[in-house]
Design a binder for this molecule. Structure first.
Ligand code: GRF
Length: 193
């Protein structure tokens, strides 16, 4: 593995709410020479988010933001992003919906990973919906974030088969493994255009 210093890379903030396995894969990716991004900031609405631990291992700065008042929360985030000269935002299991105004300020600079083949199954419980609908496959999507939930321009998708014995959990596990590859691939795609 070739490690890079990350000095000339696109300064990126990752927003998480929970486990942070996508954050982990993005951190790993960011350390590769071929990666156009460095991860300089982690934002979370959940002080118990496990993902904060991965960030700490790599000494990545984090900011825990209380979302009781969304307007105040977003102002704080905005200031942090500016202070850290952040140029790209990756939403990786971030369970809060950002306001139109916030998104406007970072137009074309926010990416999200979603556990379905959009436009199918926007929002929550995607795996349960796919199984209940007896779909033969589902998957994951990396897309740009716009003002409409899970509706921005699609960058990349990966299809994952659904088997008869699948439960939402078993399907989630297989899709998550693909998410870990898809997010870095999508970043490579948009920055090599
Ligand atoms: C992922 O399935 C992501 O697509 C969804 O939430 C999950 C987060 O997982 N939005 P993790 O926190 O990255 O492990």
């Amino acid at each position: 593995m070739v490690l890079s210093t990350g000095t000339n890379k696109i300064k990126t903030a990752v927003f998480i709410s929970g486990t942070g396995s996508n954050l982990k894969s993005l951190i790993k990716f960011s350390k590769l020479k071929k990666s156009p991004i460095s991860i300089n900031l982690i934002i979370t609405n959940n002080k118990l988010a496990k993902g904060l631990k991965y960030g700490a291992i790599f000494k990545i700065k984090n900011k825990i933001i209380n979302f009781k008042n969304k307007e105040i929360a977003e102002k704080k985030i905005f200031n942090e992003l500016k202070k850290n000269k952040i140029e790209l935002i990756c939403l990786a299991g971030f369970m809060k919906i950002l306001s139109k105004n916030f998104i406007k300020n970072f137009k074309g600079k926010i990416l999200n990973i979603h556990p379905s083949l959009l436009p199918k199954y926007k929002g929550l419980n995607t795996h349960k919906k796919a199984i209940e609908n007896k779909d033969k496959y589902s998957g994951c999507t990396v897309h740009f974030v716009n003002a409409k939930l899970d509706s921005g321009k699609i960058i990349l998708q990966k299809r994952v088969n659904i088997y008869k014995k699948d439960t939402p959990d078993s399907l989630a596990e297989r899709i998550l493994a693909q998410e870990h590859k898809l997010f870095p691939k999508a970043i490579l795609k948009i920055f090599s255009l």
